[in-house]
Design a protein around this ligand. Structure first.
Ligand code: HEC
Length: 235
């Protein structure tokens, strides 16, 4: 059996589904690029150092280097805040005074329950020490990881099984079909698990980078190869 034997309606539905998947995959890369680079538009392919910031740094520092960079007055301020957190993020001493001053002058005009700015985010206030402290843990927290992991794993596995089944019934060589299917699921699994563990083993950011790339490439290639195969003229 091959997908080439399907009728035209089934082929049309599958092709439209694959176009959605391709667009969604490219959109997710665009979104990640915007989030990591702090840019407003364009395709910003993530770099290793941006991924390092996101998964191994406290979220406050990662944001100052990435999505919130344009709000930071001076580059040294990022180091000052990072240093305060590395030394335990205590509510006393000179490190605290310096970091607190930066957060209050650069961030709380938006990050405050009482902010009147149009771009404010009152749901994430930095008004008190305790509120700021919740953003000083390195990498993904237990709750962020469980949230991100289940959303991604449910979502990715659902369309990946569909693409894999379609690809399994193409007329490509058996070894190629097996390799792509394993690469896509394996890449996704290793990528997602490294999000969490990279705060303990920083070298895992290379796995995030590589496996993220393997996953995206294999999804795009499988989709395109199915499209090419399904509409190929049969002899
Ligand atoms: C102009 C208003 C504004 C200022 C100033 C601002 N933020 Fe934000 N911040 C936002 C908004 C809106 C979001 C949520 C959406 C987004 O990510 O753009 C956000 C999200 C965040 C997040 C969540 C994770 C992320 O990267 O999106 C962190 C952490 C953060 N800000 C830290 C900071 C820090 C630290 C400063 C000061 C250097 C700062 N913000 C200054 C508006 C602001």
């Amino acid at each position: 059996m091959s997908i080439q034997n399907l009728n035209t309606q089934a082929k049309t539905a599958i092709s439209l589904f694959l176009l959605f998947v391709i667009t969604a995959t490219i959109s997710s890369v665009i979104l990640l690029g915007l989030e990591l680079s702090g840019q407003k538009d364009g395709l910003n392919i993530p770099t290793i150092s941006q991924i390092q910031n996101k998964y191994t740094m406290p979220s406050l520092v990662a944001a100052m280097k990435g999505s919130m960079y344009k709000e930071v007055t001076a580059d040294e301020d990022i180091e000052t805040v990072h240093h305060w957190i590395k030394e335990g993020a205590k509510q006393e001493g000179e490190l605290y005074n310096d970091a607190w001053k930066i957060i209050q002058s650069d961030c709380t005009n938006c990050h405050s329950k009482t902010s009147k700015m149009s771009k404010a985010i009152p749901s994430m206030p930095f008004d008190t020490y305790e509120q700021v402290l919740t953003h000083t843990d390195a990498g993904y927290s237990w709750s962020k990881m469980s949230k991100q992991a289940h959303i991604h794993m449910f979502g990715i596995s659902t369309f990946l099984i569909l693409i894999s089944l379609l690809f399994a019934y193409t007329t490509y060589k058996e070894s190629i079909r097996t390799a792509f299917i394993i690469a896509s699921f394996g890449g996704a699994f290793l990528d997602i698990f490294s999000w969490w563990f990279s705060k303990f083993i920083p070298e895992l950011v290379y796995i995030i980078f590589t496996m993220g790339g393997v996953m995206v490439t294999s999804i795009l290639l499988m989709s395109l190869l199915v499209l090419a195969n399904i509409w190929k003229k049969q002899d």
